[in-house]
Design a protein around this ligand. Sequence first.
Ligand SMILES: Nc1ncnc2c1ncn2[C@@H]1O[C@H](COP(=O)(O)OP(=O)(O)OP(=O)(O)O)[C@@H](O)[C@H]1O
Ligand SMILES: [Mg+2]
Length: 248
Amino acid sequence: MGEDRYLVEMKNIHKWFSGVCALRGVDFAVGYGEIVGLVGDNGAGKSTLIKILSGFYPPDEGKIFFEGKEKHFSSPREVRKLGIETIYQEAAMVPKMSIMRNIFMGRELTRLKVGSVGYLDVPRMEEESMKALEGVDLRLRSPHALVDELSGGQRQGVAIARAMYFKSKLVILDEPTNNLSVKESQKVLEFIQELKKQGISSIFISHNLYHVYPVADRIVVLSHGEKIGDFRKEETSIEEITKLMVLP
Ligand SMILES: Nc1ncnc2c1ncn2[C@@H]1O[C@H](COP(=O)(O)OP(=O)(O)OP(=O)(O)O)[C@@H](O)[C@H]1O
Ligand SMILES: [Mg+2]
């Protein structure tokens, strides 16, 4: 059994890629409504850890608990159904599709017609898309605008609005502020705080401690596939974490 106070608990996770050890014995947990910052140098194992949590690959060793129960994730789809939504910088959206299509992709609203054939309920999806976007205070022209026309920050906003709309329990953001302007990054940090206000847990991966530190409740540091730090924000400082991160 996992501990009740955690939404997610990963225990003693190991992962090898053809002889290269990407993770060695990592324990990682996320509480209810908690924002966990996951930091570490390039190649530290951050993306690998969250890909295991997203169901992309199984751990070679170790256990995963969700809401206290042990899980053996077999696909990203299954994980998403449980309420774990992963947002990647590039792959979060399909650029050539509208905002509305992106929000409802794979979960389209339909209305039944004669003969039990489902038709897309476009008017409802339009209305609900706008509602979802208002949830993160994102004012966009039309739900039919192409994602291609949005800025990087706005795309993150749409992805977060989608996670909220579908009542995710955990949102994982891998480098959501990469390549964003200062102003856009601030907006993304606000989105992350909005998740917390709604009681949704999140994992925020970033190289930028000045982005992670202000919003995180807890900060976990990985180095060469091992966890070398796990602090509640009040117990640490940007200086302390920086020192840990630059250790050889
Ligand atoms: N699919 C893969 N095949 C082979 N090796 C991999 C694969 N994915 C990751 N690795 C290796 O595992 C280690 C951890 O990589 P990972 O991508 O998890 O690091 P990261 O902390 O996310 O780094 P970054 O900050 O650069 O995104 C690295 O040595 C990487 O080269
Ligand atoms: Mg990475």
